[in-house]
Design a protein around this ligand. Structure first.
Ligand SMILES: Nc1ncnc2c1ncn2[C@@H]1O[C@H](COP(=O)(O)OP(=O)(O)O)[C@@H](O)[C@H]1O
Ligand SMILES: [Mg+2]
Length: 337
């Protein structure tokens, strides 16, 4: 597209307050510049788009104004400032709609509260590993322009129930001073290591303490719990979350879309994707991304912009071996992931 057309599109997106449209056009321009091999300019534009605030000085001020994390707290959680764009995450239409709603409600938080309504505050992400739970939580934080508090569930679980509750309280005490996405990741980490009957009871108590505490938390933050192990969560738990999102294995079309997205800065010479479809059977999104990264690394090492049939084949074969190893290791009965 000629530059003036881009400028028109940017102006009209600005005029109609269409942030998504603006970003889409900005991305098209960046892509275009990459294609023209103006990589430095493209990177510069990308950096401007990624930046949280309009100038670096106020960005630094934002970081400096964030409360410090003590050593004690650092054992329980990390604070991160993600830069993952939601538009780069492949989502089912249903999840996309639910996430749009979470985002819209967050921005209308005060209006909701002053009308006695609550925005969505607690969310459950579930589904097989490598299908986008963590990256989606990060992308939501990016979209809301809030930091993410990353809490690994096993780091807060102690053999003393009282201590587990006080660890969760410590996370919430910290979070109550600001707005965050609080991600309790790997809900299943505890479930996996304890599978006898008595310990099962203990997991249930830990989870119900967790749920009570999140119910009582009144901060201006969204709490996301993510688990790979939804079989271990009973129906009562489901009902306790304001919104639940299932992250499924990718369809074949999703896999191809993701490979194209990852390889968009390179050209493929005579690639017949149909030939590779079978090789990607059982691939998670993460597997597809890893295979695409292998192809990119090969191109970078050989200093070329074009990848070959052979590059793709090697990368897929390599990742396929990992996938089958994982399946025999974790699923001796060949259960679906
Ligand atoms: N739906 C998706 N769309 C695009 N990339 C994805 C998706 N799911 C996973 N990925 C890629 O795989 C990586 C691992 O995914 P992750 O979100 O950590 O999976 P999970 O938390 O479900 O185990 C991500 O960093 C991302 O690069
Ligand atoms: Mg994860």
């Amino acid at each position: 597209m000629v530059q003036i057309e881009y400028v028109k599109k940017l102006f009209s997106a600005f005029k109609s307050n269409d942030k998504e449209g603006f970003l889409r056009t900005a991305e098209e321009i960046i892509e275009d510049e990459h294609k023209k091999k103006h990589h430095a300019l493209a990177e510069e534009l990308q950096a401007i788009i990624n930046r949280r605030s309009t100038n670096a000085a106020s960005g630094m001020a934002l970081l400096a104004s964030q409360p410090e994390i003590s050593i004690d707290q650092a054992l329980l959680f990390q604070r991160i400032y993600p830069e993952n764009q939601l538009s780069r995450v492949i989502l089912s239409p249903e999840n996309k709609e639910k996430i749009d709603q979470i985002i819209r409600e967050f921005f209308r938080w005060d209006v909701f509260e002053s009308n006695g309504a609550y925005p969505i505050r607690t969310v459950l992400f579930y589904g097989p590993p490598g299908c986008g739970k963590t990256i989606t939580a990060k992308a939501i934080a990016t979209e809301l322009e809030v930091p993410l508090l990353y809490v690994r569930f096993d780091a807060i679980v102690s053999s003393h129930l009282g201590e587990t509750a006080s660890n969760i309280r410590k996370v919430f005490d910290f979070a109550s001073k600001d707005s965050y996405i609080i991600l309790f990741d790997e809900f299943d980490a505890i479930a996996r290591s304890r599978n006898d009957e008595s310990e099962n009871g203990e997991i249930k108590r830990v989870v119900s303490t967790f749920l009570q505490l999140i119910d009582n938390f009144k901060g201006h933050s969204i709490i996301i719990a993510a688990t790979n192990f939804e079989q271990s969560l009973d129906y009562a738990i489901w009902r306790r979350f304001d919104s639940t999102l299932r992250f499924d294995m990718p369809s074949m079309l999703d896999r191809i879309t993701l490979s194209n997205l990852k390889l968009r800065r390179y050209t493929g010479s005579d690639i017949d994707m149909d030939e590779f479809v079978a090789k990607m059977d059982k691939f998670t999104f993460d597997d597809v991304e890893r295979a695409a990264n292998e192809v990119i690394k090969k191109c970078l090492l050989d200093v070329r912009n074009t990848y070959t049939q052979k590059d793709v084949e090697n990368a897929l074969d390599y990742q396929k071996r990992i996938v089958s190893l994982r399946r025999t290791q974790y699923e001796p009965e060949g259960k679906a992931l």
